[in-house]
Design a protein around this ligand. Structure first.
Ligand SMILES: Cc1cc2nc3c(=O)[nH]c(=O)nc-3n(C[C@H](O)[C@H](O)[C@H](O)COP(=O)(O)OP(=O)(O)OC[C@H]3O[C@@H](n4cnc5c(N)ncnc54)[C@H](O)[C@@H]3O)c2cc1C
Length: 436
């Protein structure tokens, strides 16, 4: 019997059977079979959710044979993609076509359907607005609880499109997703280490002026690493040399390990080391400048395993939220950075950025560290500021307190009743966050 485990190692499950459907017809067949026997079905992506959102109970469906681009419509600026396509494969395939997604998260190891289903997002300065991948979805194909295939577009089953682009795997099996794409573009990134007050004081101006702003604050210090990326005008010269893959990897890994945090914490305690340590920090992370294809600049490799929780709070509450998290992280002597990103107001019903400009605050610990006391305090503080949790990351929120946080929660539940009345796609996580 094969065991399923998520990337962080926090969740495991032993499904009764494992399926690898080769096409949509095979998905329909397995769903109909499960409907007859009353079995539950769970499609997994790449297992990169920290929460148990993807944990299978009876049948585990691996979408590894549902990968690749099905159709390109250059006039409409869309591509139809098989739902199990890993984002890194999609990024390379789109680049070969001279196309690109508008935005991505920190990594590209996830499958397309897995990523959109939990609200995976990157960071968007308000100049560029949207950060969530689901906002780029303009069509999808969904196999519902009785094996019906729904082709949802803005004109046909629009309500299904609206909700199933961030559907938590609760509404059916996505077999294909149509995405809005744009001509390939390059991003020029600059990284800089600044103090907390500079980070916070200049936040609004920075977001207004730039395409993507990503901030890492190192607990126990005053130091923040700002990563600002802007589009390079087509045909323009590279503002800086492209870094080697190895250079990127070393710097990204240092960031992931929290080594920069350790270094900067040292300078806080032994101020005479500040000069040499900051010089090393500056050389390794801050002070880097590079230009590359958009998906290579936006995403990094994360080989160090960690645990993560993230909430989106209204942008107006960002300063208060960050001050609260700073005090909690310092008290817990956390070694991993706190990541701060932003999104414009989105119209995806279950997106944490639904209806409001959002500041995302993500906290991390090494996978070997008990996250519970730190995450619980942060969650309480951010929930009090109207924070909404990332569905794919660790959190303890439940249906009763999530419903008031999402104005269209009841619509989602009504659609779930219609598309999956038998709860074929449910698991313990969905029963907690959506109800029975
Ligand atoms: C190192 C790391 C970095 C990350 N960085 C970011 C980031 O920058 N921004 C961010 O927002 N998140 C980030 N995440 C979280 C991650 O993007 C999400 O948890 C995402 O959902 C994982 O995708 P997956 O393919 O692994 O899907 P899984 O975690 O395996 O599944 C997620 C959900 O999708 C459903 N699903 C999968 N395929 C289908 C399908 N075909 N039809 C219907 N439902 C389906 C599953 O049932 C489940 O409900 C990160 C996670 C890790 C581990």
């Amino acid at each position: 019997m094969s065991t399923w485990q998520n990337w962080a190692g926090l969740e495991t499950a032993t499904p009764v059977r494992v399926e690898h459907p080769a096409d949509e017809a095979a998905v329909v067949a397995l769903v109909r079979r499960a409907a007859r026997t009353g079995a539950r079905v769970k499609v997994v992506g790449s297992g990169h959710s920290f929460s148990a959102v993807a944990a299978p109970e009876d049948t585990l469906v691996r979408p590894d044979r549902l990968s690749g681009i099905l159709a390109v419509d250059r006039a409409a600026g869309t591509v139809e993609v098989l739902a199990g396509t890993p984002l890194h494969v999609l990024g390379d395939d789109l680049a070969r076509l001279g196309l690109s997604l508008s935005n991505l998260g920190d990594i590209d190891a996830q499958t397309l359907a897995g990523a959109i289903s939990t609200g995976t997002h990157g960071t968007g300065g308000h100049g560029r607005g949207l950060a969530g991948l689901a906002t780029q979805v303009v069509g999808l194909r969904l196999v519902t609880g009785d094996g019906t295939v729904l082709r949802a577009t803005p004109d046909h089953h629009a309500d299904v499109l609206d909700h199933a682009r961030l559907g938590l795997g609760a509404l059916g099996v996505l077999t294909a997703v149509t995405l809005a794409v744009e001509p390939a573009f390059r991003l020029s990134a600059v990284e800089e280490v600044v103090g907390w007050d500079t980070m916070l004081g200049g936040m609004a101006e920075r977001l207004a002026a730039h395409d993507h702003v990503d901030t890492y604050w190192f607990p126990g210090t005053d130091r923040c690493l700002l990563r600002i990326s802007d589009r390079v005008p087509a045909g323009g010269p590279d503002p800086s040399p492209v870094p080697s893959a190895r250079e990127r990897l070393v710097a990204d890994e240092l960031l992931a390990y929290g080594a920069l945090g350790v270094a900067t914490a040292l300078t806080a305690r032994v101020p005479r080391l500040a000069g040499p340590v900051n010089r090393v920090v500056g050389r390794l992370a801050g002070g880097r400048a590079y230009t590359d294809t958009s998906h290579r600049v936006l995403t990094s490799t994360r080989r160090v395993r960690f645990r993560e929780m993230e909430h989106g709070v209204p942008m107006a509450a960002a300063a208060e939220a960050l001050a609260a998290v700073r005090a909690i992280a310092d008290r817990h002597r956390v070694g991993f950075p706190v990541e701060v990103r932003s999104a414009g107001a989105e119209d995806v019903p279950l997106s944490p950025a639904y209806g409001r400009e959002t500041c995302y605050v993500a906290v991390h610990v090494h996978r070997s560290v008990d996250h519970a006391p730190y995450f619980a305090e942060v969650e309480t503080a951010l929930a009090a500021l109207d924070g909404r949790p990332h569905w794919g990351k660790v959190h303890r929120r439940q249906a009763a307190d999530l419903a008031p946080a999402y104005p269209r929660f009841a619509d989602f539940l009504a659609l779930r009743d219609r598309l999956d009345p038998q709860r074929m796609f449910a698991n313990a996580y969905l029963r907690r966050v959506l109800g029975p």
